[in-house]
Design a binder for this molecule. Sequence first.
Ligand code: ARG
Length: 470
Amino acid sequence: MSDSRNSMWGGRFAEGPSAIMREINASIPFDKALWREDIAASKAHVAMLGAQGIVSPDDAHAIAQGLDQIAEEYEAGGVPENWDLEDIHMTVEARLTELIGPVAGRLHTARSRNDQVATDFRLWVRGANARALAGIAALRGALVERAGEHADTIMPGFTHLQTAQPVTLGHHLMAYYEMLNRDSARISAAQDRLDECPLGSAALAGTGFPIDRDATAQALGFGAPTRNSLDAVSDRDFALDYLMAASQCALHLSRLAEELILWASQPFGFASLPDSLSTGSSIMPQKRNPDAAELVRGHAGRIIGAATALMITMKGLPLAYSKDMQDDKPPVFEAAGLLDLSLAAMTGMIAETTFKAERMRAAAQAGHATATDLADWLVRAADIPFREAHHITGEAVRLADAKLCSLEELSLTDLQAIDPRIDERVFGALSIDASVASRASYGGTAPDQVRQRVAEAREQLARAAGSMEE
Ligand code: ARG
């Protein structure tokens, strides 16, 4: 047997794999990130093999001890990268053979790398889901705190990025709370669906050995074993569920990032981002750049790209496992790193941004944001049909623009010249404070509504934190 023949599957090959084959085949450069999961799954498997009498108690013990030692080695010195060993599964097994000799070969009884990698990867994604849930909860917590502080802070609300109606900053921040609440629900649903263990599906058809799949599923913390071996080894929905939920979350983060970038710009002047999450310019001394927010906005593109990449890898693959599926890991690892970091950066920015309440108020004052309130007042107080009221209001806006003043600053004489049905009570409706306070419909921007939503959100977060600890 020539030395260049692969020790694991070299039996039927006359020569060693070519250098290109070796390189294209190797996943160890990235799947070494699965070493903890791989060892945990192998330990669950060998304990079951021992309990079922498929391997002797002594061999099962030796294998488990060897695996523990490998875990210690990797913890201390990292995972060695040898392309000849292809992937993390063969890397661990090769080391086990060095440590305990040929008995190591019994570990792979009644399993295949196909069910092994499906199990390892599920375990890894389960951790990613848990990290995302914690990261989202932290950001929701920061949003609720700032929304509570700013339930009464008035800012312009926009449509088409044109001043539309005054809203409260608390209301605006709570809009993002709602988005992240849905993200959290999506990740939780992904976590529930992931909760089945593929181990024991073997290569594709199950195994003839008397294995106990309930035992391995339970040992690895899964609710149940998967029900179809073909599906189990070729399913990557759990990774796609994560990536798609992560994409939607990243999309929300990028919208929030964009708002912070706009608000921190000088023409807006609504916010000043924390020093710790801004950078200076190497040439323009006055600059304070919102780089963290821009990168959160940018990372969303890469996360969405990762979801697209894995969908395209999976489309059209026949049952069961194909090697294309080895490409499932890099996009998930990349997206998870970016999402965790984006959530942490955004939590810091929300917690520490200084909101410029006076500037926001002045901007809300400036754009005739209470024009709808004037129209609504004409409907309510003077019983004018809304369409006509809209027209009358338009004339008032035109006059205010001509006089370079706000609607509130028009005199009663001015207003009555436009429509004699207007009386002095109208001024009660024209201030931005009155406008905001009047929008007290459920889910509206009125400070009292915002305070109620903030209180409910605090309870929701406390309940979720309680159930995470269970
Ligand atoms: N490194 C492989 C992967 O990540 C492990 C599964 C290999 N299975 C096989 N039949 N070649 O997909």
